[in-house]
Ligand binder design. Structure first.
Ligand SMILES: Nc1ncnc2c1ncn2[C@@H]1O[C@H](COP(=O)(O)OP(=O)(O)OP(=O)(O)O)[C@@H](O)[C@H]1O
Length: 246
């Protein structure tokens, strides 16, 4: 039975109630998951491999296939998804990728503006292969933001980038989210990334919410004691012994 997916314009941006998902050969992946995300709230989702993070994101995006389940999902009318690979169309120039599917006379101008916002002004006529991995992800963010989504779903969007580019992308994503205020669900394996970016961090375990922590740090620098304390707590929730990481 398919989940009951509704699109409402009032209340929280996202409401997930008693969501169950299973794949035929795998049994229960999501096992009665409940989750609310407020309008404009940035939620990071972490959890061990195979705990159902991507399955949840795909359910919210309406992309799940070959999956059984039930439960109730409420998402806004405008949802954008960013993946680990940029999924740019190789046969379209960057601006055409960003504006693909947009209607209206102002589409090209909005696309240019979005590209400028992500630092790609002047690259409108480039082909995707001419951009670095980080630049391709910037273009992918521009493609999402030009649609002014009320919900941005991001599945490990920086997972394939080098450490320095990843830090730059964190700063960019924070800036874009402060400006556009979509609700965000970010799936990540990187606990520091979750703390740096999110208003709340959710730990998923065996398809349910194991912990739900508000990130209330006056200082998000990684060297701050409160940052280290939260990191230690979350790693513990993930079953990772921090001592062994040193
Ligand atoms: N299309 C599919 N068919 C069968 N099983 C699937 C399918 N997609 C996911 N699964 C299974 O569902 C479980 C949860 O997968 P999911 O990708 O949601 O986990 P995840 O928490 O995102 O993992 P990771 O952190 O490794 O990306 C896994 O056991 C996976 O093998």
């Amino acid at each position: 039975m398919a989940a009951d997916t509704r699109r409402l314009s009032t209340g929280p941006a996202v409401r997930v109630q008693d969501l169950h998902r299973s794949f035929h050969q795998n049994g229960g992946v999501l096992n009665g998951l409940d989750l609310d995300i407020a309008d404009g709230e940035f939620v990071a989702l972490i959890g061990r491999s195979g705990t159902g993070k991507s399955t949840l994101l795909r359910a919210l995006a309406g992309l799940d296939r070959d999956v059984d389940g039930y439960g109730r999902i409420t998402v806004p009318g405008s949802v954008s998804v960013v993946f680990q690979d940029s999924r740019l169309l190789p046969w379209k120039r960057i601006l055409d990728n960003v504006t693909f599917g947009l209607r209206g006379a102002g589409a090209a101008q909005r696309g240019r503006q979005a590209l400028a916002e992500v630092g790609l002004a002047g690259r409108e006529r480039a082909w995707p292969y001419q951009l670095s991995g980080g630049e391709q992800q910037r273009a992918s963010l521009a493609r999402s933001l030009v649609r002014e989504p009320r919900l941005l779903l991001a599945d490990e969007p920086f997972g394939a980038l080098d450490a320095l580019t990843r830090l730059r992308m964190h700063a960019l994503l924070r800036k874009l989210c402060e400006r556009h205020r979509p609700a965000v669900l970010l799936v990540t394996h990187d606990v520091d990334e979750a703390i740096v970016l999110a208003d709340r961090v959710i730990v998923l375990d065996a398809g349910v919410v194991r912990s739900d922590v508000r990130v209330d740090l006056p200082d998000r620098s990684r060297s701050a004691p409160a940052f280290a304390e939260l990191r230690a707590f979350l790693l513990d929730e993930l079953g990772v012994d921090e001592e062994n990481l040193r």
